[in-house]
Write a protein that binds this ligand. Structure first.
Ligand SMILES: *Cc1c(COP(=O)(O)O)cnc(C)c1O
Length: 354
C-alpha cells in the first residue's frame, strides 16, 4: 500500500488470470484457448490493412460488426453491444445493471472474476451453492436480488444448464437482470439467445476468445433487450468511446463470416473432449460431464496439487484452483489429439508410481 493509493485501490484483490508462460515447448492446457488457429480470413484481413485504417479513429459504435452479430443471432443491431473482450462487457454490465441495493447472486463454484468486479464497484453479493453434482438449481436462487450472473456451461465445471432451467431462473428473478455468460456455449450447449424475445431481463454474453480462437483480438458482445443494451452504451460512453479498435472490429467480422471453419474446429474439440474424458475415467479419474472445451477432474487416490506439480515438471500446464469444493480437482483444457496423448502419458507416468 502506497500513501498515494486510495483506500479503494488498497482494498482490491485483483483477478489472477491463468499463466501465459514464454517457454516455447510447453503444452499449455490452462486457459481454455482453442488448440486450432482462427479462420485464415482473419489473417488475410489483418495483412491487408492500410495506413489510413489505423490513422483514423475506429467507429465508436462498431456498427458493421453489431449488424453482423445481430443478423447471425436473429436480432436487431440495437439488441447488440460490442466490447473489448467479454470480460470488459461483463464489467460494464455490473456497473450498468447490478448497482442496486440488494446483493447480486452467482454460483459458489463459478468464474472467479465475478466477486472481483462486485468488489470494484462496491456491489454486495451472495453465492448460491451448486448441487453435489455441480449442477445449478434455479429454485435455490432468491427471487429478489440485485441481479444474477451464471456462466453456461459453468466455468470451471463445464456443467451445462438446460434452457428450461434458465427460463425458471428468468421467471423467478423477473425484477432483476439475469446475465448468462456463454463463453463456452459453442461446444454442445444451446444458447439462451432465443429467450431474449420473451424475457426483457435477460442479457446473453459471448466472446470470440474460445470457440473462434481469437483470445488475442479481444472481442466480446452482449445481446438483450434494447433497454439493457442502451444501459451498457451509456456506461461505455462515459468511460471509453473506442474500446474496440479498428483491427478488432474488422477481423471479428471476418471471423464471424467463416461459419464452416468455426463449426469444424468446435466439432474437433468436442470429439477430443469425449476421448479425453473416457481415457481419464479409464485411469481412475472422476470427470464432470462437460459441454465446454475443458474438463474438471479428480483422481481417486492422487491429490490434484501433486498431479499439477508432476505435470508442470513434464512441461504441461493445467489449471489448479485452491478454492473450496474444487481444491482436489484439475481443470484441463481440451488440446489437440497429440497434446492429449502427451498429457495422458504424463499422468500415467505419475499415477503408475503410486
Ligand atoms: C474466458 C471467459 C470469459 C472472457 O473472455 P474474454 O476473453 O474476455 O472475452 C468470460 N467468462 C468466462 C466464464 C470465461 O471463461
Amino acid at each position: 500500500m502506497s500513501r498515494y493509493w486510495s483506500d479503494v485501490v488498497g482494498a482490491l484483490t485483483p483477478y489472477t488470470p491463468g499463466e501465459q508462460p514464454r517457454e516455447p515447448n510447453l503444452i499449455k492446457l490452462n486457459t481454455n484457448e482453442s488448440p486450432y488457429p482462427p479462420s485464415p480470413r482473419v489473417l488475410e484481413i489483418i495483412r491487408g490493412m492500410q495506413a489510413d485504417d489505423l490513422r483514423r479513429y475506429p467507429d465508436p459504435e462498431s456498427a458493421v460488426l453489431r449488424q453482423a452479430i445481430a443478423k447471425r443471432f436473429g436480432l436487431t443491431s440495437d439488441q447488440v453491444f460490442v466490447g473489448n473482450g467479454s470480460d470488459e462487457v461483463i464489467a460494464l454490465a455490473f456497473m450498468a445493471l447490478f448497482q442496486h441495493p440488494r446483493p447480486i447472486c452467482f454460483p459458489d463454484v463459478s468464474y472467479s472474476f465475478y466477486p472481483v468486479w462486485a468488489d470494484l464497484y462496491g456491489i454486495s453479493y451472495d453465492t448460491v451453492a451448486v448441487t453435489a453434482e455441480f449442477t445449478i438449481d434455479p429454485e435455490s436462487y432468491p427471487a429478489r436480488n440485485g441481479g444474477v450472473i451464471v456462466p453456461n456451461p459453468n466455468a470451471p465445471t463445464g456443467v451445462l444448464m438446460t434452457l428450461s432451467a434458465i427460463r425458471t431462473l428468468l421467471r423467478r428473478c423477473q425484477d432483476s437482470v439475469v446475465i448468462i455468460d456463454e463463453a463456452y456455449i459453442d461446444y454442445g450447449g444451446e444458447s439462451a439467445v432465443r429467450l431474449i424475445a420473451e424475457y426483457d431481463n435477460l442479457l446473453v454474453v459471448q466472446t470470440l476468445s474460445k470457440s473462434r480462437a481469437l483470445a488475442g483480438l479481444r472481442v466480446g458482445w452482449a445481446m438483450g433487450s434494447g433497454r439493457l443494451v442502451e444501459a451498457l452504451g451509456r456506461v461505455k460512453n462515459s468511460f471509453n468511446s473506442y474500446p474496440v479498435d479498428f483491427v478488432a472490429q474488422t477481423a471479428a467480422l471476418a471471423a464471424l463470416e467463416d461459419e464452416a471453419h468455426f463449426t469444424d474446429s468446435c466439432q474437433r474439440v468436442i470429439e477430443s473432449r469425449e476421448r479425453l474424458s473416457a481415457a481419464l475415467e479409464a485411469m481412475g479419474f472422476e470427470v464432470l460431464p462437460s459441454r465446454a472445451n475443458f474438463v474438471l477432474t479428480r483422481h481417486a487416490r492422487v491429490p490434484a496439487g501433486e498431479l499439477f506439480t508432476a505435470l508442470r515438471e513434464r512441461a504441461i500446464i493445467v489449471r489448479y484452483f485452491e478454492r473450496p469444493r474444487i481444491r482436489n480437482y484439475l481443470r484441463i483444457t481440451v488440446g489437440t489429439p497429440e497434446q492429449i496423448e502427451l498429457l495422458l502419458a504424463a499422468l500415467k507416468d505419475r499415477i503408475g508410481c503410486e
